[in-house]
Design a protein around this ligand. Structure first.
Ligand code: DAU
Length: 338
């Protein structure tokens, strides 16, 4: 099978590529990735020289490069996206270009090329905040951040290509991922890397927001299963099955890393911050999915991974673009502590 993966230099995409190349000797991967700030060739340094893997640098919103990459592809797994909610609050422009226009360019090319499967990797944030109960795939979409709205647009575009053109599209909606190679702007890698340096972690608002935590290696297994056994036209929720409030998460990691309480710094809340996400993923369980990693063990492995990979994350945090973002996002909130 020849697979076109988009955004394969990112956190989830790179873990997925490593997974499929390890598990399926007959798979060849073309990775179309623009190498934005969150895309990092170091994530797949171990694949250098692998004849079954090729990275092509390019923008999914560019029809010419997409046409070239799509030629000969049997299936597409589409990860490429702007993903950070806080950045979408500062400026949503790049989110619309990649998550909406880029998705449309890919869908059109996939249709022209007659691909057998198109998996659109989406997010549970499209459901909006869920005060109680669990979101099922048929629930209405009520995205609250510009990021979530752009992902909902891509998700619905994908659906429209199935209904209108019969393109065999499958949409997934996953909860909060964590694990190796996650860019240190997201909550967990920011917390862990700040605490390795004894710097404070900024906890938004009252810290009572609830998230479901999904280990990335479970997520990529789920996506592989969906690619092979999922039904075109369907949506699948993907969750880890462990949920907690942010302040509990912070406490767990703080104890695990043996850090003092004053390294948790309450800061003003994220505007429009969703209080709770919760997914019903029984449809995916019927396909045969079970999370294989318990949350506690996966969290400990993740902390160990960041402790053992300082040469991976330190250059990212030293980069001028990251520092400018960090200052803009946190300096006023953290004051002298930052
Ligand atoms: O739910 C799936 C989504 O999970 C993905 O679609 C997004 O791409 C991904 O970024 C993530 O979104 P969140 O906004 O939930 O993740 P984030 O890591 O930014 O934040 C997790 C929680 O921690 C959230 O309630 C906000 C809070 N937080 C985050 C940061 C970065 C803090 O309290 N302080 C922080 O500095």
């Amino acid at each position: 099978m020849r697979l076109l993966v988009t955004g394969g230099l990112g956190f989830i995409g790179s873990n997925f590529i490593r997974h499929v190349l390890t598990e399926h000797p007959g798979v060849r991967v073309v990775n179309l990735d623009l190498r934005t700030y969150a895309g990092n060739p170091a994530n797949l340094a171990d694949l250098r020289g692998n004849p079954r893997y090729r990275w092509i640098k390019g923008d999914i919103a560019d029809p010419f490069i997409v046409k070239r990459c799509m030629a000969g592809a049997d299936a597409v797994v589409h990860f490429a996206a702007e993903t950070h909610v806080d950045r979408s609050i500062l400026d949503a422009g790049a989110f619309l270009r990649t998550n909406v226009v880029g998705t449309d360019v890919l869908l059109r090319a996939a249709l022209k090329n007659g691909v057998e499967r198109f998996v659109h990797v989406g997010t549970d944030e499209v459901y909006g905040s869920v005060p109680r109960g669990f979101s099922t795939e048929s629930d209405r979409l009520l995205p609250n951040s510009p990021y979530a709205a752009s992902k909902a647009a891509g998700d619905l575009l994908a659906r429209s290509y199935f209904v209108t053109h019969g393109l065999p599209v499958i949409v997934t909606r996953a909860s909060n991922n964590f694990g190796p190679y996650q860019f240190p702007e997201k909550a967990l890698p920011l917390m862990i890397t700040n605490w390795i340096d004894d710097k404070p972690y900024p906890l938004y608002g009252d810290g009572r927001q609830v998230r479901d935590w999904l280990y990335v290696l479970d997520h990529v297994r789920a996506l592989d299963l969906i690619l092979r056994r999922g039904r075109p036209g369907e949506v699948y929720n993907v969750a880890g099955g462990y949920s907690c409030a942010n302040r509990e998460l912070v406490e767990r990691v703080r104890r695990l890393m043996e850090k003092p309480r004053d390294l948790v710094k309450r800061v003003p809340d994220r505007p429009g911050h969703d209080r709770r996400y919760a997914l019903n993923f029984s449809k995916l369980k019927k396909l045969g999915y079970r999370p294989a990693h318990g949350f506690g063990a996966a969290l400990a492995r993740t902390v160990d991974w960041y402790r053992g990979h300082e040469t991976w994350w330190r250059p990212l945090k030293k980069d001028g673009g990251y520092r400018a973002y960090y200052r803009r996002q946190y300096a006023a909130r953290l004051g002298a502590a930052s």
